[in-house]
Design a protein around this ligand. Sequence first.
Ligand SMILES: NC(=O)c1ccc[n+]([C@@H]2O[C@H](COP(=O)([O-])OP(=O)(O)OC[C@H]3O[C@@H](n4cnc5c(N)ncnc54)[C@H](O)[C@@H]3O)[C@@H](O)[C@H]2O)c1
Length: 337
Amino acid sequence: MFGRVNIAVIGCGQMGMHHAMAYKRIAGVNLVAICESDKKRREEAAFKLNCKGYAEMEDFFNSHPQVEGVSITMPDNMHLAAVKATVAYDKHILLEKPIAIRLDEGKEILDLVKEYDKVFTVGHLLRYDPRFYGLKQAIESGELGDIIHITGRRNSPIIGPRRYIGQSDLSMHVMVHDIDIVNWFVGYPAVKIYAKARSVRLREHKMTDVIYAIITYENGVIVNLEASWILPENSPTIIDDQMQVVGTKGVAYIDACDKGLRFTKEGKGSEYPDTRHWPYVNGSPGGDLFAEISDFISAIQGVAEPLCSAQDAFTAVKIANAIDKSIADDCEVQIQQ
Ligand SMILES: NC(=O)c1ccc[n+]([C@@H]2O[C@H](COP(=O)([O-])OP(=O)(O)OC[C@H]3O[C@@H](n4cnc5c(N)ncnc54)[C@H](O)[C@@H]3O)[C@@H](O)[C@H]2O)c1
């Protein structure tokens, strides 16, 4: 039998609340505290979650030495500061993706956790989606033969970027999901990138509307990724994503736009609600997020290895960074190994 695992969440906005609600539901997990700088959000969250709320990380860490693990669910541009503080207190860490938005910061995190004797994983949650996981299994078994090419797209309504102005941009926040998945599928390093982008609707915020990226891997696989986050606000789904993997012996398609549940309501149009990332079932988020968070707890208990390592997450950011460079310089970029 395992003892109770004491957990806390740092940054209790959208994702932090989902993480906290998931922890509340896992038997043997004790959600001790949340740390949230926004007073209103902090007070509401602490009340709803029935736990302590802190404005400052230091204050929280010093008040709760019994906490063993934390979810870091702060904005993309604040991950390094939060990881540094958490490593200093020697806690297990589930960090939301991306590992960082700057390559140097990602490298600093990678170095910080290289010899870390605690769990460190990054929330690339598509690895926990049964569709992507199933496809990974099929690739590994050889059923599809050698991969020749992959196409993926991830498009979403403009509500998303408006929440992240000044904190992140499309390559690091969105495309990084598919970059990580493709790296996982291909299993070889990416060597070259060519990417184009446009900024029209988000130009005033110095953010990118759309990216097309072509990535070449060391084993010759070519990958074509598309990401856009300027679809109309009333789009039926929060994410319209697809992937196609073509091998020498077969092809696989993922259509994750199809959530398996559709509504068309008078006066509201069509809605395809989330059934895969964090759909609430009996009061707690399910989906791939719950699987990822449960796996983090299992890793703390020593019975599972998380699916995404610091190195995996850093490699994804390295490629996203090369995509940004290719866009800025309008040329193909070689990736240093
Ligand atoms: N896995 C996914 O599919 C997915 C989806 C959305 C967001 N994310 C990631 O989750 C992270 C959080 O995104 P979000 O949408 O929840 O953002 P959010 O803005 O809703 O939440 C971030 C919270 O952190 C708080 N915060 C900021 N500075 C703080 C500090 N110093 N101390 C304590 N709290 C602080 C903010 O007040 C805010 O409430 C990001 O890294 C994002 O990329 C992942």
